[in-house]
Design a protein around this ligand. Structure first.
Ligand SMILES: N[C@@H](CCC(=O)N[C@@H](CS)C(=O)NCC(=O)O)C(=O)O
Length: 215
């Protein structure tokens, strides 16, 4: 069997999003570490595979795919029994509703915070300017809609775990590391979050993503 190759950086959220789904579905994979700091993702050889010059991408028996969420959908589609992409039309639509909320509303806010408090210090050696993160943090602090949704059901798209839940997770530890307690202040969000981080795949956040050939 040809092992799936994940080209990325173990500490980044997009790479961890893909690794989270791979781990959940017990898919063996090899992580090919891309040196983002040195700009390896902008080299001609890399751009041939990922023309946007971003990580991650996968090679699955010669099939190349980029965009972390598209990769997760592909992997989940290959393992339909897990139900990460519901097949019943209404359940499917509700899952899409929440993956859209993640992509359009949650991710852009968290990305602003992440860039200022984690990537800029790491890449440029600068100190975080906390005034930049005040507004996105204030919006996120609310999380009111999430608490309402999670007050009615166990997970974001209903009572079964789906990609909607998994897509939200990779950014979240950075919020906690940045001193924010927004994931644990609202009771229903806290219940959901604590359940998710207790799952074994959450370990990928601690040591970063690593090649995993067996489960
Ligand atoms: N929407 C893309 C975003 C990819 C992305 O922005 N990757 C970041 C790391 S999380 C990256 O490649 N940063 C280095 C760069 O922009 O050169 C995805 O989900 O895969």
């Amino acid at each position: 069997m040809v092992i799936l190759k994940l080209y990325g950086a173990g500490y980044t959220s997009c790479t961890r999003r893909v690794a989270t789904v791979l781990h959940e579905l017990k898919v063996p994979f090899e992580l090919i570490e891309i040196d983002v700091k040195k700009g390896e993702q902008k080299t001609p050889a890399y751009l041939e595979k990922q023309p946007f010059g971003k990580i991650p991408y996968i090679a699955d028996d010669g099939f190349i795919l980029y965009e972390s969420r598209a990769i997760c959908r592909y992997i989940a589609a290959k393992h339909p029994a897990a139900g990460f992409i519901p097949s019943e039309p209404k359940a499917h639509a509700i899952c899409e509703q929440m993956t859209s909320a993640e992509f359009a509303s949650f991710e852009p806010l968290v990305a602003l915070i992440l860039r200022e408090t984690f990537f800029k210090p790491m890449m440029l050696g600068t100190t975080a300017d906390l005034t930049v993160v005040e507004e996105p943090l204030a919006i996120l602090e609310n999380l009111a809609a999430y608490d309402v949704i999670l007050g009615k059901q166990r997970y974001l798209a209903g009572d079964v775990l789906t990609l909607a839940d998994l897509f939200h997770l990779p950014h979240v530890p950075y919020l906690a590391a940045g001193g924010s307690d927004i994931m644990t202040r609202k009771p229903n969000v806290a219940r959901w979050y604590n359940e998710l981080i207790a799952r074994p795949y959450f370990l990928v956040y601690e040591g970063g993503v690593k090649t995993t050939t067996a489960y």
